[in-house]
Design a protein around this ligand. Structure first.
Ligand code: FBP
Length: 273
């Protein structure tokens, strides 16, 4: 039977983002989530970092509608865009940082030619209900337009003692697949063995490791990514460990060699030292 146009569109876009089912996605929504202090001072203009990411050929860029519009002449036609449609600021009272709010609409992503959209769900948060409302509104509209949806499936809430605990991460991943995520981004659980269990729970839905705070030694970050790839993951979504590195392009090259070429950490470590 003939596939519907939106099914075909979704399939094509997924392949653009996940070439060979693997990807290094560059996350760049930190200006809202962390504030401008997160960026090296000399790179406060978003165009500088976006240009580095594009020149080093990341597989996709996940960013906000504002940054996407300010930099389209750099990424447009070269790197797929994933528009992040939820966000929060750190300026909020602590308790309300457990809520992600609407930060754009699927129609904005369609208008600019994005290849996917993304939204965060803090599974276990006091505001889970509100985020699920937002998630399903995004998901069902995106499906209509053939846009895959990436879920940042982050277990986070006052009842969660350790958000990196493998059972907690597995729960978030299971919830992500049940909520219809096309790609899942979640926390690294600290070992290949435990992440293998996380990958199993994803049951074939592409799963990518979330970068997290910048590691003191860049080579340790490469080790984390290697470990999730060995565990069967599909790649990583990385922000700070790239743009806070002294040579972001070198870090991207090293990560791509691990993700796409199965290189060992020792083979690429010199790139990031
Ligand atoms: P990083 O690789 O820098 O952690 O980026 C991934 C990301 O999910 C961003 O998309 C987001 O802005 C940030 O982490 C959220 O950070 P936090 O965990 O502090 O809320």
């Amino acid at each position: 039977m003939r596939k519907s146009l939106n099914q075909i569109g979704r399939e094509i876009r997924l392949k653009k983002v996940l070439r060979n089912n693997r990807a290094l996605i560059f996350a760049f929504d930190h200006g809202v989530e962390h504030g401008p202090k997160v960026f090296p001072e000399e790179k406060i203009d978003p165009r500088v970092i976006i240009r580095e990411a594009v020149e080093a050929e990341v597989d996709a860029i996940m960013t906000t509608l504002g940054i996407a519009s300010m930099t389209y002449d750099i990424w447009g036609g070269r790197v797929p865009l994933i528009m992040k449609l939820t966000s929060k600021t750190y300026l909020r009272p602590e308790q309300q940082r457990l809520l992600q709010s609407v930060f754009g609409y699927v129609r904005d992503a369609v208008a600019i030619g994005a290849d996917a959209v993304a939204a965060t769900v803090y599974w276990g948060s006091e505001y889970e209900d509100s985020m699920l409302n937002t998630w399903f509104t995004i998901r069902s509209t995106a499906e209509r337009f053939g846009l895959p949806v990436l879920q940042l499936a982050y277990p986070r809430g006052s009842a969660i003692k350790n958000m990196y605990d493998k059972e907690v991460v597995k729960y978030g991943v299971r919830a992500a697949i049940e909520s219809g995520a096309d790609i899942i981004k979640t926390y690294y659980t600290g070992s290949e063995e435990s992440f293998r269990e996380v990958v199993k729970v994803a049951a074939g839905i592409p799963i990518l490791m979330s970068g997290g705070a910048t590691r003191e030694k860049p080579v340790d970050f490469l080790r984390d990514v290697k470990s999730v790839m060995r565990a069967g993951a599909n790649g990583a979504v990385v922000g700070r460990n790239i743009f806070q590195h002294k040579d972001p392009k070198a870090m991207i090259r090293a990560l791509k060699l691990i993700i796409h070429e199965d290189k060992e950490v020792e083979e690429v470590a010199k790139l990031v030292e």
